[in-house]
Design a protein around this ligand. Structure first.
Ligand code: SF4
Length: 190
């Protein structure tokens, strides 16, 4: 499952909504959200309680609504309604950290971007690719380990591997394609 979007702005919104929420649930909410607020300018003037009721199923809806309106206003006032295309600019937007920025750069603009979320962090630690749990340092480590052309796809693979196979509580080691390369002490030997 991936976040459904038709533009970098929609991807940015969907990624903000995906915090602590499944992609499937975000994808169930965004068609109605973008029907009501089709463009950045529409979101800048969103009535808070109406916006909150639309995004409520994604959880943490009050803070997410606050971020969406503030983010839209920043994009409208500082970037002429266009989502900026650099990390330095993206992380100045409300609700946008490096992970969200990398999702937008990689999947919205086709730039080389290493996405580090909780799944990527767990898989990297278990595989011994990194010795830190700090997301920024993991991002830099993966930039060195992977050719630039594979940054986005490679980190996406790690993310999906962590989400569906190398799960936090019940890693599916019996179904893991890289079980021989994994020397994690908690590995479940088939
Ligand atoms: Fe994760 Fe198990 Fe695969 Fe190791 S063998 S990467 S712990 S699923």
């Amino acid at each position: 499952m991936a976040l459904t979007h038709r533009s970098p702005w929609e991807l940015l919104v969907a990624t903000i909504l995906s915090a602590q929420c499944t992609d499937a649930r975000v994808n169930a909410v965004t068609p109605g959200l973008f029907a009501r607020y089709p463009a950045v300018d529409d979101m800048t003037g969103a009535v808070r309680h109406e916006l909150e009721s639309i995004i409520r199923p994604t959880g943490f809806f009050k803070s997410k609504a606050r971020y969406l309106v503030a983010c839209a206003r920043a994009v409208a006032s500082r970037y002429g309604g266009q989502v900026p295309q650099t990390m330095d600019e993206l992380i100045t937007l409300p609700g946008v950290g490096r992970k969200t920025a990398n999702v937008v750069l990689g999947n919205g603009f086709g730039q080389a971007a290493v996405i580090v979320d909780t799944h990527v962090r767990r898989v990297c630690l278990r595989l011994g690719l990194v010795s830190t749990s700090d997301p920024d340092r993991i991002e830099r480590a993966l930039q060195v380990l992977m050719p630039r052309g594979l940054w986005t796809a490679g980190s996406q693979h790690l993310l999906l591997h962590g989400r569906y196979v190398c799960r936090a509580r019940s890693p599916q080691c019996g179904e893991c394609a890289i079980v021989r390369e994994c020397h994690w002490e908690g590995k479940r030997t088939p």
